[in-house]
Design a protein around this ligand. Structure first.
Ligand SMILES: NC(=O)c1ccc[n+]([C@@H]2O[C@H](COP(=O)([O-])OP(=O)(O)OC[C@H]3O[C@@H](n4cnc5c(N)ncnc54)[C@H](O)[C@@H]3O)[C@@H](O)[C@H]2O)c1
Ligand SMILES: C[N+](C)(C)CC=O
Length: 490
């Protein structure tokens, strides 16, 4: 099926009203891989009107949940069917290795399957009413028109966490993917159409956040805004959403601690500490960039990390031996370079990396060498702020409480890890770590059944799991008096 490089509004593929277009670039070599229409407030308003009309008509919300679930399951099957093409597009667009993209597509199909199964499982709840001769029940209904805004690092994965539960619960929606990486989202909207989702229920608008995203956030016909992206944008959306007190779900950044105790399995902890950061060149919200290592093993641990890092193979995501691809853009590369500069200026020691690679084959891409800083302290910019690149900072500790205190010294609270063979110690730490996810002897693992989201400034609300479905529902209490009588007060 040819990729339809257009907006999808009210069941039709449409170009931009203006002549504006945007070129989509491969971050590995800066080649233009697609040209898409650049929409703005006009297309956003058209899509909102279509979604509003579709919701108010009530057809999708009143479709039996079993049928909605079946359609969501069909989308999962189509994703499975087309996973090679989707993985290819995702790697072309983001630079991540095609092996990583294949894994993402499996996860994405799994998310659609999971919510397909949950679609008809909530039959409401009967309340034991304190009033004689009455019926009291609680039902869940769709929220209405949902605006959904996604980032460039996991374009389709983050979209799936929003699309699948919104469709399963009977909402209508407008999705705005990152303007840098729209290709796989476009493809999935073709699959949504093929699966038989009615016109107007799912709409796609391509273009910038400052126009389309801002319209979705502020437009009073939108009932819920679900956003995944950076903290600065998240705060703007939160303000704009106050226009009509929209329901708000924010999945924001992280600066995620990874505590390594001396009694951890050394080789596994080294291996997974690397994986936890350098996967997708560190462009992961939950990357364990902040290593907190027990002093007694610190030097040996750092040495092991550095030796491994020096052997990393950087290259095209389509080469089988590539372990790490490029960063997403020149702008993002410059941002990562600034954080390294700040680390050096603030007194951290560069143990490895800290520059762009010299390899002539990598000069057209936005590559940056995997970088490790030692002698780090909590007050450093590179330790506190999300660089969103291949940078590890290493801090030392001697006491368990100190490790936990350092791990919590952040405005963020997305995820964190603890490595130890002492189960009770691990549980004690996990209980005190102020994050939405804590991994014990693992890192960066997520699956559809478990909720995902942040404490503190990492966000509001949860995606995935049952909570991820509930985000897209309003709760209604219906009370029926079976024996109404006058009260005779007035
Ligand atoms: N918590 C999570 O699950 C999670 C997952 C993935 C990424 N992230 C975060 O995403 C960030 C990286 O993604 P990014 O650089 O694409 O983020 P970003 O905030 O720059 O952009 C995200 C999306 O918001 C849109 N946007 C920009 N300005 C807007 C505005 N004023 N109003 C509405 N929308 C607007 C963009 O066009 C894009 O679609 C990182 O901070 C990362 O931690 C978080
Ligand atoms: C949520 N996750 C880990 C899939 C991607 C974060 O950037």
């Amino acid at each position: 099926m040819k990729l339809q490089l257009q907006h999808y509004i009210n069941g039709k593929w449409v170009g931009a009203d203006s002549e504006n277009t945007r070129t989509i670039m491969n971050p590995y070599n800066q080649e233009v891989i697609a040209t898409v229409p650049e929409g703005d407030e006009t297309e956003a308003k058209e899509a909102i009107a279509a979604a509003r009309a579709a919701f108010d008509k009530g057809e999708w919300a009143s479709t039996p949940a079993t049928e909605r679930g079946a359609i969501v399951r069909t989308i999962a099957e189509f994703i499975e069917r087309d996973k090679e093409e989707l993985a290819y597009l995702e790697s072309l667009d983001t630079g991540k290795t095609v092996e990583e993209s294949r894994g993402d597509m499996e996860d994405i199909a799994g998310v659609f399957r999971y919510y397909a199964e949950l679609a008809d499982k909530d039959g409401g709840e009967m309340i034991d009413s304190p009033v004689a001769n009455s019926i009291s029940k609680v039902v869940r209904e769709p929220v209405g028109v949902c605006g959904q805004i996604t980032p460039w690092n996991y374009p389709l994965l983050q979209a799936s966490w929003k699309l699948a539960p919104a469709l399963a619960t009977g909402n209508t929606l407008i999705m705005k993917p990152s303007e840098i990486t729209p290709l796989t989202t476009i493809k999935v909207f073709q699959l949504i159409e093929e699966a038989g989702v009615p016109a107007g229920v799912a709409n796609l608008v391509l273009g910038a956040g400052s126009t389309i995203g801002a319209e979705l956030s502020s437009n009073t016909d939108v009932d819920l805004i679900s956003f995944t992206g950076g903290i600065v944008t998240g705060k703007k959306i939160m303000q704009a959403a106050s226009s009509n007190v929209k329901k708000l779900a924010l999945e924001l950044g992280g600066k995620n601690p990874n505590i390594i105790f001396a009694d951890a399995d050394f080789e596994t902890a080294v291996d997974q500490a690397l994986n936890g950061v350098f996967f997708h060149a560190g462009q992961i919200c939950s990357a364990g960039t902040r290593l907190i290592v027990e002093e007694s093993i610190h030097d040996e641990f750092v040495q092991a990390l550095v030796e491994r890092v020096k052997k990393f193979k950087l290259g095209s995501g389509f080469d089988e031996d590539t372990q790490m691809g490029p960063l997403i853009s020149a702008e993002h590369l410059a941002k990562v370079e600034k954080y390294v500069e700040a680390g050096v200026n603030e007194g951290a020691t560069l143990a490895v990396g800290g520059k762009r690679p010299d390899d002539p084959e990598l000069q057209q891409g936005f590559f940056y060498l995997p970088t490790i800083f030692t002698d780090c302290t909590s007050d450093m910019t590179v330790v506190q702020e999300e660089a969103f690149g291949p940078i590890i900072t290493v801090e030392k500790f001697t006491e368990e409480d100190e490790a936990v205190r350092i791990s919590n010294d952040s405005i963020y609270g997305l995820a964190g890890g603890v490595w130890t063979n002492d189960t009770r110690k691990a549980e004690r730490c996990a209980a005190k770590m102020r994050m939405g996810t804590v991994w014990i002897n693992d890192f960066n693992l997520y699956f559809p059944h478990a909720p995902w989201g942040g404490f503190k400034q990492s966000g509001i609300g949860r995606e995935l799991g049952k909570l991820g479905l509930e985000e897209y529902t309003e709760t209604k209490h219906i009370f029926q008096n079976l024996n109404p009588e006058p009260i005779n007060w007035f």
